[in-house]
Design a protein around this ligand. Structure first.
Ligand SMILES: Nc1ncnc2c1ncn2[C@@H]1O[C@H](COP(=O)(O)OP(=O)(O)OP(=O)(O)O)[C@@H](O)[C@H]1O
Ligand code: SF4
Ligand SMILES: [Mg+2]
Length: 344
């Protein structure tokens, strides 16, 4: 069996302030294999970005952070890598495509200069070769006039073009893993689709693994092979994309899917999950989802025992953390849960 590219094992990340500790990630484990796309979903604040940023060791240095567990990238534990090793690994083995390219692009440097820097960081190529490769990269992400864009400044490009530049920079050194954190939220719908196509093509060419963090379940359905559902810093369900969409076995996932805009009638509409995510400094006891769960029916075990991520039947790839996931095997319950949401 192929070795995973990335193996996150029991990752816990706690932010300490003077008055409290915020456990943003709690015991998260999942793998990414070469060539596969893993979608990470969950409401705002569920720990998606912190999971990946702590793996990349890119959490702001100003925060007091306590991290435990392991994050093996090609067998190397990123949490214990030296600064020097990190510099080597970032860009060459793993690249981050951020939500907002302006936070990563230097406004006073031309696109070509920034791409050249990314290329130079990991190989000794001549200036001419560098330029050639940079223009090729810009063409490969579908920029209309790559020679021209090479000489332009970030502010001269549209949002979609800047996002493509970020993909080109991410791909510059053919990393084995790409992490895209909400890569298209700032873009309009048609540009979103184009950017995702480009990402998919770039990935197919290099067989890179892709972690796609997004709120957009439609995008997950289209792009992901596997899905990791996060709630309050925990993985609550994971499995093949078809299993998650067709047979979700965690009430939170059922809720997320129920919140998908339904097309039909006069307008799109949303059914929100009742309540809001917990304050991470005061995560509820037992199952963190219990105060909002429409399936708990006040059962004591939900309030007292943290459910562990457990395989469903013989399908070891589909796992869920709910004491009563068996009851969700009966799909008529899904209907009841979404109806209950509707009348909340
Ligand atoms: N630098 C920080 N200092 C203190 N707490 C932080 C810091 N960054 C994140 N957190 C905490 O970690 C929680 C999880 O944040 P994270 O950014 O991972 O959420 P997310 O799932 O990516 O949400 P979104 O969908 O809004 O991007 C936040 O709610 C916040 O409480
Ligand atoms: S363990 Fe209980 S509270 Fe948690 S998701 Fe399952 S039914 Fe709901
Ligand atoms: Mg985030």
């Amino acid at each position: 069996m192929t070795e995973p590219l990335l193996s996150i094992e029991d990752l816990t990340v706690t932010f300490r302030t003077r008055s409290e500790s915020v456990r943003a990630v709690d015991g998260v484990s999942f793998e990414v294999y070469p060539g596969e796309t893993v979608g990470v979903v969950g409401e705002s604040g569920s720990g998606k970005s912190v999971t990946m940023l702590s793996m990349l060791r890119l959490l702001p240095r100003t925060s007091r952070v306590i991290t435990s567990g392991r994050a093996l990238l090609n067998g190397k534990d990123m949490l214990r890598a030296s600064r020097r090793e990190l510099r080597r690994i970032r860009g060459r083995e793993v690249a981050l495509i951020p939500q907002d390219p302006m936070t990563c692009l230097d406004p006073v440097l031309r696109i070509g200069g920034q791409l050249g820097e990314a290329l130079r960081a990991h190989s000794s190529v001549s200036r001419d070769e560098q330029r050639k490769r940079a223009v090729e990269l810009l063409a490969s992400v579908g920029l209309p006039q790559p020679d021209r864009q090479y000489g332009q400044f970030p502010h001269e490009l549209s949002g979609g073009m800047r996002q493509r530049v970020m993909i080109a920079m991410g791909m510059a050194n053919n990393p084995s893993l790409l992490i895209a954190d909400e890569p298209t939220t700032a873009l309009d719908v048609t540009i979103q689709a184009q950017v995702m196509d480009i990402l998919r093509e770039a990935q197919a060419e290099t067989q890179a693994g892709l972690v796609l963090i997004t709120h957009d379940l439609g995008l997950i359905a289209e792009m992901a092979d596997r899905v990791v559902v996060m709630y309050a810093g925990h993985v609550v369900e994971t499995g093949e994309v078809n299993a998650i969409f067709a047979k979700p076995r965690h009430p939170y996932t059922v809720g997320l899917l129920g919140s998908l805009p339904q097309t039909g009638g006069d307008q799109d509409w949303l059914r929100p999950i009742p309540g809001s995510p917990p304050d991470l400094a005061r995560i509820p006891t037992g199952c963190p989802f219990h105060p909002r769960c429409l399936h708990s029916h006040g059962r004591e075990i939900c309030r007292t025992q943290l459910p562990q991520l457990t395989p469903i039947g013989s399908d070891s790839t589909h796992r869920t953390a709910c004491h009563f996931s068996d009851e969700l095997a009966d799909e008529s319950i899904h209907g009841l849960l979404t109806v209950a949401q509707e009348i909340q």
